[in-house]
Design a protein around this ligand. Structure first.
Ligand code: KIV
Length: 248
């Protein structure tokens, strides 16, 4: 399993890092078999797995079930557990919740933005932290690209340097201009993982349901569908239905 140090070494060697989300045992097994470097159990599971509109709809109880399943399915892969909305509302709450993930086998935790004193406290307890900057789905008013104005770009860049200085080993950069992703990647020691952050980040992450074509919704502009699992699955179910309905 890749450690935060291994991942940072990959950055310095210019080797790209492939992260994908997965939420359950079977898909974690597939991701591990495919050789992904890191699996993110994202709170996007609120949308993809549970059908909620917002990631704010879920909490620790749901996340723990999915993180445990992924850790069982991919015991040799670095699993990043996403802190759900308000689970990191203050340093002690964040630490207690992060420990619940680490006890299940997660290798690190991810949190959105820079909640007051939280990253400092987690790092003081040696919890490996992946930051998340740019578009922050838990609190965003809309899903438009962030960092388009000079002021917004500067704020994201400053936040990236700040979390780097606090010892985050990795930072997810979501839906920001390519040039900003490149600038930040060159300026920080931590590994940058883009999702709509352009091609210059140290690695990329995609939501599994987008990458595998598991739904029929319009993809976000930065996502690629590598296989049409919705069609494959529907076809398989149809074949099953037909086989059952054949008259003996
Ligand atoms: O929850 C998630 O899937 C994420 C990715 C969008 C990075 O945070």
């Amino acid at each position: 399993m890749l450690t935060p140090e291994n991942l940072k070494a990959k950055k310095s060697q210019g080797e790209k890092i492939a992260m994908v989300t997965a939420y359950d045992f079977a898909f974690a097994q597939m991701a591990e078999a495919a050789g992904v470097d890191q699996i993110l159990v994202g709170d996007s599971l609120a949308n993809t797995m549970l059908g909620y509109k917002s990631t704010r709809e879920i909490g620790m109880n749901e996340m723990l079930i999915f993180v445990a399943a992924v850790c069982r399915g991919a015991p040799n892969t670095h699993v990043v557990a996403d802190m759900p909305y308000l689970s990191d509302k203050d340093p002690q709450t964040a630490y207690d919740n992060a420990m619940r993930f680490m006890d299940l086998g997660a290798a690190s935790i991810k949190l959105e933005g820079t909640p007051e004193g939280v990253i400092e406290f987690l790092r003081s307890k040696d919890i490996p932290v992946c930051a998340h900057l740019g578009l922050l789905p838990q609190t965003a008013e809309n899903f438009k690209q962030k960092g388009k104005t000079e002021e917004e770009a500067r704020a994201i860049e400053e936040a990236a340097k700040f979390v780097d200085s606090l010892g985050c080993f990795e930072t997810v950069l979501e839906h920001i201009p390519e040039e900003l992703g490149k600038k930040i990647t060159n300026e920080v020691k931590s590994v940058t993982i883009g999702i709509g952050g352009g091609k210059f980040t140290d690695g990329q992450v995609l939501v599994m349901h987008d990458a595998l074509g598991m739904h029929q919704r319009k993809l976000p502009p930065f996502a690629t569908k590598f296989v049409d699992m919705f069609a494959l699955g529907t076809d398989g179910f149809k074949k099953y239905v037909d086989s059952v309905k054949v008259k003996p």
